[in-house]
Design a binder for this molecule. Structure first.
Ligand code: CU
Length: 541
């Protein structure tokens, strides 16, 4: 059949062809799992918004090996959009139709013995190295089948699975994220890049300081360093990227963003790394700039315990353990600033820890003609939402527990044998995570518990609790009165002598969440090696 194209349409087609060629040129390698060249200008993830209390999206899970030999993974929509930012409101449903399009597994189970069986399973599957599921990190959604359940849900190559995740009406507005959570291969999936942001909209109603600001979503991920050089000095344990723009060793060429001079913007930064700890600092001509923090781990700062309006916190660096999020207001550089760089500062991870050195992430170019980000925060439109943590700080805890991180060589006589990683309730026998393990902790809905988490190892660990946030009460036995709620917190390494470093956390089980879910170290290499356990919350009588 002949196709007749009018002159006007021909011009349009040529323009579209030129645009697609430009897009291909901007990409280091293209679909699936597109990645950009080092030094590229930041492109925001596509924003998808809920309508009529629902956001519905189709995700395919795909993979390829890049030119460096790294295995990439990605969630892609029907329109070919990779890792979109999913915007919902409190009370919304997030519906994801997931199709696993990985090639069928050619190997046996990635974790022999990890076959999930028994009543209550969300999918009666044997795990293999293609298995995937989705964790809705930080959200206070139910840990039940087809929602935020990660112990038994596995979707293998060729299979489909429908998520229908119900956000509570009192979900704090802020930044959350999604990523695969299959025990044994979670690190590989997240290093591969299969992650994206979830935004619960409405932060302007809690902290009016952000109302009307242009906003950016910036996602830091990590990946294997090509060539596998031995970490140390300037050689990081992992390379990092920003919105899929690599910041590779040894050049550490940062990604680039253009801003109007001295423009105020809200930056939502997710440390979506599998293993890398980040300490953000913004420097203009080598001088650290104030960062006005408005939310951490999805919870507006200063909004707790009856103070329903949030309060900003000004700081000059922000520690972001893997999985953590910070939302802060940045004032762009003036035209006189010669060097404006967002960096991560060196992390002291301990004698057994990774090497997470200082390196730049993002260079800001001030320009009067700079385009504004696609997203702008709404103006304050309604009253602050109900406060899910109301009164928690002043409640009497119903239980105290002590847990600890530990590491043991799998063959104590062989220093080169793999390390087993444990998180254990003090008094119990350390056991590696297995989905068929019984719950290590059983509690009841309505409980308010104080947990002390000790680090008895020579490297940092990052305690993450699914389903609920916690209030940080103490660090190393000394009270901290920031009043901040988090879902992930760093427990620094033990030096080998003296008391174990610790944090004391107040767990809030007063909400609707019941069922089995997990807590673990969010350095995913540690989690995959056993550092995870199950808690069961029984319904209130
Ligand atoms: Cu750890």
């Amino acid at each position: 059949m002949a196709i007749h194209v009018s002159a006007g349409r021909r011009t349009l087609l040529l323009a579209l062809l030129a645009l697609s060629l430009f897009q291909v040129c901007a990409l280091g390698e293209s679909a699936p799992c597109a990645r950009y060249h080092a030094g590229s200008t930041v492109i925001e993830p596509t924003n998808l918004f809920s309508a009529g209390d629902k956001l519905q999206v189709n995700f395919t899970y795909q993979t390829r090996v890049d030119q460096f030999g790294n295995t990439l993974y990605c969630f892609t929509t029907d329109a070919g959009v990779e890792s979109p930012t999913l915007h919902v409101h409190p009370g919304d449903q997030l519906i994801i139709h997931l199709k696993n399009e990985l090639p069928k597994s050619s190997s046996s189970a990635a974790m022999p013995g990890m076959t999930v069986t028994g009543p209550g399973d969300c999918s009666s599957k044997a795990m293999d190295d293609t298995s995937v599921n989705i964790h809705y990190h930080g959200t206070n959604t139910p840990p039940t089948c087809h929602q935020d359940e990660v112990i038994t849900t596995m979707v293998n190559a060729g299979d489909s699975y429908d998520y229908d995740v119900h956000f509570p009406t009192d979900e704090p507005p802020g930044l959350y994220w999604y990523h695969p959570h299959i025990h044994g291969i979670s690190e590989a999936a997240v290093l591969g890049g299969a992650s994206g942001a979830i935004v619960v909209d409405g932060i302007e109603n809690v902290n009016p300081e952000v109302a009307g600001l242009p906003a950016r979503t910036l996602i830091i991920r990590d990946n294997l360093v090509p060539g596998n050089p031995t970490p140390g000095g300037a050689i990081p344990s992992w390379d990092i990227s920003l919105n899929y723009i690599p910041v590779p060793y040894p050049s550490f060429t940062p990604a680039v963003v253009a801003m109007k001079p001295q423009q105020k913007e809200l930056w939502r930064v997710l440390n979506g790394s599998a293993d890398t700890i980040i300490d953000l600092q913004l420097q203009y001509d080598n001088v650290a700039q104030p960062l006005t923090v408005v939310a951490l781990d999805g919870v507006p700062t200063g909004s707790q315990d009856g103070l329903r309006l949030g309060g900003s916190v000004v700081t000059k660096d922000i520690l972001l353990p893997p999985a953590s999020r910070a939302e802060f207001i940045v004032t762009g550089p003036s035209l006189k600033v010669k060097s404006a760089v967002l960096s991560t500062l060196n992390i002291d991870t301990g004698p057994d820890g990774d090497n997470d050195p200082t390196r730049p992430i993002l260079a800001i170019k001030a320009s009067n003609g700079a385009a504004e980000p696609a997203l702008r925060i709404a103006n304050t439109s309604s009253l602050p939402p109900s406060e899910r943590f109301f009164g928690l700080a002043n409640m009497a805890p119903t239980a105290h527990r002590k847990l600890y991180f530990s590491e043991v060589l799998s063959d104590p006589s062989d220093p080169n044998s793999p390390t087993n990683f444990f998180i254990t309730v003090d008094g119990q026998t350390p056991v590696l995570f297995d989905p068929s393990n019984p719950p290590a902790i059983i509690t009841t809905q309505g409980a308010v518990e104080d947990w002390t988490i000790e680090n008895r190892t020579l490297e940092n660990h990052e305690f993450h609790m699914h389903q609920i946030h916690f209030l940080v009460l103490e660090q190393n036995g000394k009270s901290v009165d920031t009043g901040q709620y988090l879902d992930t917190v760093q427990v620094p390494y033990w030096s080998g002598t003296g008391p174990y470093p610790s944090v004391k956390l107040r767990m809030d089980f007063r909400g609707p969440v019941v069922g089995d879910f997990v807590y673990h170290c969010h350095i995913l290499g540690h989690e995959d090696s056993g550092m995870m356990a199950i808690i069961r919350v029984l319904p209130a009588k």
